[in-house]
Ligand binder design. Structure first.
Ligand code: TXA
Ligand code: MG
Length: 332
């Protein structure tokens, strides 16, 4: 088949997230085996999946997203036999982290096997791997019987999707299928930890906190979201990741400018004003994270002049949310 990605007829399946329809996942899994792309829900954000063993299929991810092909991808697996086809070493700290946090939103960087083609890892010797908890994701991987390389299912430099409608907005007509499994529960991307370094290093903060990891394996370095991109060719691009099209700025509640009628303010309960469009966010970090991208997607549709986001507290529990807000509001 020689149809350019742009002209595909994208199928959407609505799947029950608690008890996924096996027949539908079998059809989607078959498409993945044929080298086609299927977007699916995970507990973090929607992923754009391809057979991780098939370099042509993985190349299509970069075309569909408009993403540079040197960015490495996360490989999603279910079970130990599949994991062992992906990673060449499984150190004791990986075992302990997996026992505590898998299936779930923790991605580990480990040495790759020869089965994983260079296009998955940005040409490098390591691979990022995680076992997702979402039942649809697990059912799809099991149906495909291959690990799935899957970045977030958005166009490059746009917001990550937490609803199937976000995926449709960005990728309709560019991929074979979209599985609609409702809203993602965590709402921000997985925590990424590099276990090939001593001590291990958190490359991207996420739903699993540094403190929770240190409870299991002792002290780890924190590269922060931005430092993690130092080694990569275009850090500016990665910094601009996750941003809305509308100019978006992060401000302190104590330095509020005068709000204009066609501005939106994303804040907390106690700082609601009367001019502009005010969105009241949860004061608990995990709940805030779950809503964040959906709120930004929604505001981005409203032809606003500006989106102001009131910065959450500078405490450890807000690290992952602050990382995403800093990226969403990065100006180059
Ligand atoms: O929650 C998530 O992780 C979602 C869902 C779909 O699982 N996926 C996701 O993928 O966010 P993506 O491609 O948007 O982000 C992958 C992150 C990037 O920060 C990338 O630099 C890092 O993982 N990464 C991947 N492979 C790596 C490697 N071999 N070494 C270091 N970092 C790696
Ligand atoms: Mg992404």
């Amino acid at each position: 088949m020689n149809v350019p990605e742009e002209q595909q007829n994208t199928i959407t399946w609505v799947v029950n997230s608690l008890d996924p329809e096996v027949e539908l996942l079998t059809i989607a899994g078959q498409m993945l085996c044929e080298g086609r792309l299927v977007a699916f829900p995970t507990e973090t954000v929607y992923g754009l999946g391809a057979n991780a063993f098939d370099s042509n299929a993985v190349f299509r991810i970069f075309t569909a997203k408009g993403r540079p092909s040197h960015n490495p991808l996360i490989v999603h697996v279910v079970g130990k036999p599949m994991r062992d086809l992906v990673v060449a070493a499984w150190p004791e700290i990986a075992e302990r982290l997996a026992a505590r946090f898998w299936p779930g939103p923790l991605t580990m960087v480990l040495p790759k096997t020869e089965h994983i083609p260079p296009v998955v890892t940005g040409g490098g010797p390591t691979v990022a791997i995680r076992e997702p908890a979402n039942r649809i994701a697990r059912g799809l991987i099991s149906a495909a019987k291959v690990p799935l390389a899957a970045p977030s299912a958005n166009r490059s430099n746009e917001l990550s999707p937490t609803l199937a409608s976000h995926v449709v907005e960005g990728l309709n007509g560019r991929i074979a299928g979209i599985i609609d499994g409702g809203p993602c529960t965590a709402g921000i991307e997985s925590t990424v930890i590099d276990l090939t370094q001593q001590p291990p290093r958190i490359l991207r903060p996420g739903p699993i906190s540094q403190a929770a990891i240190e409870e299991i394996i002792g002290p780890v370095d924190f590269g922060g979201g931005h430092l993690a991109t130092d080694a990569l060719p275009s850090p500016g691009m990665l910094l601009k990741h996750y941003s809305p099209q509308t100019p978006t700025v992060l401000i302190s509640a104590r330095k509020m400018p005068e709000i204009q009628p066609n501005w939106a303010v994303v804040g907390f309960g106690n700082d609601m004003g009367t001019r502009g469009l005010w969105v009241r966010m949860p004061t608990e970090p995990a709940e805030y994270a779950q809503r964040l991208y959906a709120v930004l997607h929604e505001l981005d549709q409203k032809q606003l002049e500006k989106i102001l986001i009131i910065a959450p507290p500078e405490t450890a529990e807000w690290v992952a949310v602050r990382d995403r807000l800093t990226r969403a509001t990065y100006q180059d």
